[in-house]
Design a protein around this ligand. Structure first.
Ligand code: ADP
Ligand code: GLC
Length: 494
């Protein structure tokens, strides 16, 4: 192995402490996989109100964080380890920013008005913390817009504290959210207004944190190879495609892994009967359990189609809603778990009331039900309009629950379409983002389940044997770290 690295890893959500989506899964698992490769990773996140302080170790002494016009703000620090490892995780405790019910938005879905301050604070606090504990990072790994200020901060405001020599890596988990704020955020970052230009932080006279992060980072990664290509096009670029094309030389696509200690039917504590390839009896038991929990008739001659995810446009909920009239008459049962857009919550609840034998949903967040749906369904629907990586379709593979996906981003990279002639594949794909394409592909999957059981079972075997472990993803990140660090050292030396 090459020299072990010190990696400062700052994220706004980390499993099991706080989670709204896949970013938390990644931030909870990748540091552990990197540590297994021999690196020292220090993870930093906010101490949200929902995180019980009494379960954490208090780190004595306040942490001063310079916040421009707001002066220096003093935070508390707590410490713990990522479960099942000795990876250190530090929590930044600042009541005025993080003592709220939500992570980014209130209970009505409105983003907090001071999210710029809340996350610039986190970005800077991580640097101050590293100094406080005497941790000199070789790599600064930031995630999404929340900590996207870090690469630029390391080169400007914090350059003289030893951070300028570190390789800065920014991972884009979702380009839709860019952190666009009033330009006064420049003063809070204390970076100098020379960075307020259309090639760095400026966008239509506001500050775009992700844009500035992409410009400043030594390497930019995103969570699948397909998405790395897609974000360079206007269709998926959310206005930043040109900017990303300009930085394409430092852009890498690395697929997320799966934590198989948590998502695997042979060890899953949430499911009624464990199963695996050699003994699939448990899967039928899980199906019955799922139907029972959702008050659906316990029919065995119909496939159950599962959905788990945020009710956001991204996830294709508009397509599902559009195709619903056809879907409920397909001779299948559909089970949805999710929360988000209010129209969708109302719409799907209404469908459940009207078609109680063929459709059921749970509006809310439940990790337990997510596991139960993965295990008990025959098919899994993920018709995203865009999907940087997507985790649920990869979980589904392991549970032998064949995914029906739209061919975009990580969904396209992980799912091989059923080829009835060659008898290959591990799921069903469609291309056009239309309700007709979705409907016909779901019908194709249902028909395959019903009339071509051999093909269905063959694909199930393909799916369950595939592995997307974190070790191989961590090795790819390691390559990016070394490559970036050496390139940077050579440049500094010249
Ligand atoms: P995204 O990060 O865009 O939401 P991913 O597929 O990467 O999509 O990750 C979503 C994660 O959040 C998965 O672990 C999924 O199981 C979980 N999840 C999403 N919605 C819910 C919900 N309502 N209840 C439980 N888990 C959920
Ligand atoms: C984002 C993406 C999702 C990805 C996750 C973790 O939330 O929407 O596709 O899997 O981040 O990288």
């Amino acid at each position: 192995m090459q020299q072990p690295l010190n990696i400062l890893f700052t994220a706004s959500e980390v499993v099991p402490f706080a989670k709204t989506g896949g970013l938390a899964d990644v931030a909870g698992a990748l540091p552990k996989a990197l540590a297994k490769l021999g690196h020292r990773v220090v993870v930093v996140m906010p101490r949200y109100y929902s995180i019980d302080k009494s379960a954490l170790e208090h780190v004595p002494g306040p942490l001063g964080v310079p916040m421009g016009p707001m002066g220096e703000l003093w935070a508390g620090v707590y410490k713990s380890t990522l479960p099942g490892s000795d990876v250190e995780i530090y929590f930044i405790d600042y009541e005025a920013f993080y003592g709220r019910s939500g992570l980014y938005a209130d209970e009505h879905g409105f983003s907090y008005g001071d999210n710029d301050n809340r996350f610039i604070f986190l970005s800077k606090a991580a640097f101050q913390l590293a100094k406080k504990i005497g941790f000199k990072p070789d790599v600064i790994h930031a995630h999404d817009w929340h900590t996207a200020a870090q690469p630029a901060l390391a080169k400007s405001r914090f350059a003289y504290d030893g951070f300028a020599e570190a390789a800065t890596v920014l991972t884009i988990h979702n380009l839709q959210h860019q952190g666009v704020f009033f330009k006064g955020a420049m003063d809070v970052m204390e970076m100098g207004w020379e960075h307020f230009n259309p090639y760095e932080f400026e966008a239509m006279d506001g500050v775009n944190l992700l844009k500035g992060g992409i410009a400043a980072a030594d390497a930019v990664t995103t969570v699948s190879r397909k998405y790395a290509r897609e974000i360079q096009t206007p269709e998926f670029g959310f206005g930043l495609d040109g900017h990303i094309r300009a930085h394409a030389g430092k852009l890498y696509g690395i697929l997320n892994g799966v934590d198989y200690d948590e998502w695997s039917p042979d060890v899953d504590p949430y499911i009624v009967q464990k199963y695996d390839l050699g003994d699939m009896a448990g899967k039928s038991a899980c199906k019955t359990d799922l139907q029972r929990r959702f008050n659906l008739p316990e029919w065995t001659d119909m496939p159950v189609i599962g959905f788990v995810g945020r009710f956001a446009e991204q996830k294709g909920i508009g397509l599902i809603a559009g195709a619903m009239e056809g879907l409920v008459h397909l001779g299948a049962q559909i089970v949805m778990l999710g929360t988000g857009e209010k129209w969708a919550e109302g719409f799907f609840s209404d469908v459940a009331a009207r078609y109680p034998e063929n459709f059921a949903c749970y509006i809310g967040y439940s990790n337990e039900l997510a596991h139960i749906i993965e295990a008990g369904s025959d098919l899994f629907l993920m018709p995203s309009l865009f999907e940087p990586c997507g985790l649920n379709q990869i979980y589904s593979l392991r549970y032998g629950t064949l995914p029906i996906v739209r061919a975009t981003g990580g969904l396209d990279d992980t799912i091989q379409n059923f080829d009835p002639a060659a008898r290959t594949g591990n799921g069903f794909k469609f291309y056009d983002a239309t309700r007709d394409a979705l409907y016909h592909t779901v019908k194709w999957a249902v028909d395959t389940w019903r009339y071509d059981r051999d093909a269905y079972e063959l694909m199930q075997r393909n799916a369950m044997q595939a592995r997307y472990d974190w070790e191989s993803s961590a090795r790819q990140y390691e390559d990016v770290y070394y490559h970036t660090l050496y390139a940077k050292r050579v440049k500094n030396y010249q």
